[in-house]
Design a protein around this ligand. Sequence first.
Ligand code: SF4
Length: 281
Amino acid sequence: MQQKIRHVLGLSGGKDSSALAVYMRDRVPEMEYFFSDTGKELPETYEYLDKLEAFLGKPIVRLNMDSDSNRNRDFDHWLDVYKGLLPSSQVRWCTVNLKIRPFEEYIGEDRAYHYIAIRADEDRVGYKPPKISSLPNIQPKYPFKEDGITKADVYRILEENGIGLPKYYEWRTRSGCYFCFFQRKSEWVGLLEKHPDLFELAKAYEETPNKNAKTDEQFTWCQGESLAELSQPERIAEIKANTEKALAFKKEDKPNLRLVEIFTDVLDDEDDEEPCLICHK
Ligand code: SF4
C-alpha cells in the first residue's frame, strides 16, 4: 500500500506564514499546522495564534511543549544544555534545536509536503531560501511563489479574512523570541516601551555571567551595544529620530503605501543580515 503523504505548514506568528495558512485552508483541507514554541515569544504572538486557530478550525500543534510530562524543551532548557552560552547570529543553536529538529521529529519518517511562505516578490535573482530540513522525505512547496503572491497580497489576504496583522506590528515587524538578536534597534526600543518586563528579562540574560566564556567580554543581544546602554534616554531619542527620518523619507518616496507597509519597508531596509526564515516569516 502506498504511504500517505502528510501536508504540513509551520506558523511563526508572522504575517507571511499566517497568510499562507489562510490561503491554504480550503485548498488543502487535510493540512496540519504547527508552531515551534520557544517559550519566549511575545504575548501578542500567542494571542494571534489563538485567533488563527479559530479561523483555521483546527488546532495548531505546539512543538517543544509537553504539557503531560511538564518537561518543556524550550529556550531555557537548551540554554542549560549549552551551559549558559547565549545564541547569536554566529552561534545559532536556537534555530537548530528549537525549530529545525523539533520539526524533523514531528514528521519522523513520514513522507510530507512542507508548505513554505516565500513570496513571489522575494524570488529575486540569487535569492536562495534557506534549508529548513535536509530530510529527503520532506518536500518543500512554495504556493505563494507559484501563484505570484506578493507582500501587498499578504496584507489583503489577512484583511479580507478578518485576521489582520499581529498587534506587535505597531512597533515590530517580526515574530520570534522577545530577545531575538535579529531585532532592530528601534524594535528593542519598542520592546522597552510596550513590554518593560520582557526588556528587563532580556537585559538579565545579558548580565548573567557565562561561566564558560573565554574572555571577560560581556554578551550583548545587539552587536556592540548592551541593553543597558540602549535604554539610556539620549540613545532612545537618537534611535527614534533615525526611524522617524527613514519613515518620512519612505513616505515621500512611496506616498501610496499605508503606514504599516511603510513601517515594514523601513525596518526591512535596516537589516544588514538575512533574518531567520523559520522564526520570522
Ligand atoms: S526568534 Fe531569534 S532567538 Fe528565537 S529561536 Fe529564532 S533566531 Fe533564535
